[in-house]
Design a protein around this ligand. Structure first.
Ligand SMILES: [Zn+2]
Length: 334
């Protein structure tokens, strides 16, 4: 009963992940569960977190008193202090309380909240970054949306409520008519995220200028079935419209990471998120731009561009690292 553990939670638009691990965060000791994100009431998420956490504890014969803390990474925006998510486009409610309902069930366990992309950079920092890149490190998640986390000069950037580095909402196209998930127009996310690629494709099909025959064949002529995956596939097959959408996705990502590098002067940028399933189409042109592109997208020296090894699990790992760094009073967050 003496062994101490750390708990981690990662709440996304589609999945909720919960893990417990020994306090040293030896990755061989991570026990995890994953369930679909429930959106029936604003307490559905906290209820399912509590439920699967309880199950993990009993399956592994761990008592609540052995848990040193629970790190909770969530799709933002969030208020770290209140432990609630607000104005999220994908979770279904204007405000989603997390801290209070979880505290009610587990009053003895300290909880720590963090934006999921910021958790991502902590996950990279603890589990995979090289020593020489740890102090100036960025994680970019390209998924349903685009999010970021930055460690600059050895400090994790958080901001007043915990939403620093909302890089997906960098304006990359002034006067754009492309609407973003946030309600604004011309954000990076509006062109290069999963929803952005899908929405721009549907717009272009409606415009009717470019040929989308091959794309429509892949989805049996049902436009509602189009996701980023089919667009990237059709682009590989030479579909005219899909190629234009993928080119735009990459072009605006060049602007996006150019801005990121200019703002944070990072040694390395790690990419993750569901869009990385098509990494062969996205990553090489982003690396090449720093050497060969005639347009200069950044003023600072180029960063290393890498992929996280842990894919969809990096946010969960970051939630675990958040607790460890709090306990240790690590200089990254203090
Ligand atoms: Zn936006």
């Amino acid at each position: 009963m003496d062994e101490k553990y750390i708990a981690g939670v990662d709440i996304g638009g589609t999945w909720v992940r919960v893990a417990v691990c020994t306090a040293d965060l030896n990755e061989n000791n991570i026990k995890k569960r994953i369930v679909r994100t429930l959106k029936e009431t604003k307490y559905s998420i906290s209820n399912s977190v509590c439920e699967i956490f309880s199950e993990l504890l009993s399956e592994n014969n761990i008592d609540q008193s052995q848990i040193l803390g629970m790190g909770i990474a969530t799709a933002g925006p969030l208020n770290m202090e209140k432990g609630e998510v607000f104005n999220n486009a994908n979770l279904g409610f204007r405000v989603i309380p997390l801290k209070k309902p979880i505290k009610t069930k587990f009053p003895e366990i300290p909880t720590y909240f963090i934006n999921d992309a910021i958790a991502g950079v902590l996950g990279v920092h603890f589990f995979e970054a090289e020593d020489e890149e740890k102090d100036n490190l960025v994680y970019i998640s390209m998924s349903t949306g685009i999010g970021g986390g930055a460690i600059c000069g050895g400090h994790l950037l958080l901001g007043k409520e915990g939403n620093a580095a909302e890089i997906g909402h960098a304006l990359v196209e002034p006067r754009s008519t492309a609407k973003c998930n946030c309600g604004a127009y011309g954000c990076w996310e509006a062109y290069s995220s999963g929803t952005g690629v899908r929405n721009r494709t549907l717009d272009a099909i409606n415009d009717g200028i470019l040929n989308a025959e091959q794309l429509l064949e892949i989805v049996d002529k049902e436009k509602s079935k189009i996701t980023a995956k089919e667009v990237f596939q059709a682009a590989r097959n030479g579909d005219e419209l899909s190629k234009k959408i993928v080119d735009d996705c990459i072009f605006y990502s060049k602007i996006g990471i150019g801005l990121v590098n200019s703002f944070y002067d990072c040694t390395s940028i790690f990419f993750g998120g569901a869009m990385m399933k098509d990494k062969e189409q996205i990553i090489p042109p982003l690396i090449e731009q720093f050497e060969k592109d005639p347009i200069r997208f950044t003023v600072n020296h180029p960063p290393n561009i890498k992929l996280t090894r842990y894919q969809e699990e990096i946010g969960l790992r970051g939630a675990l690292a958040l607790v460890k760094y709090n306990i240790e009073k690590n200089k990254i967050i203090f």
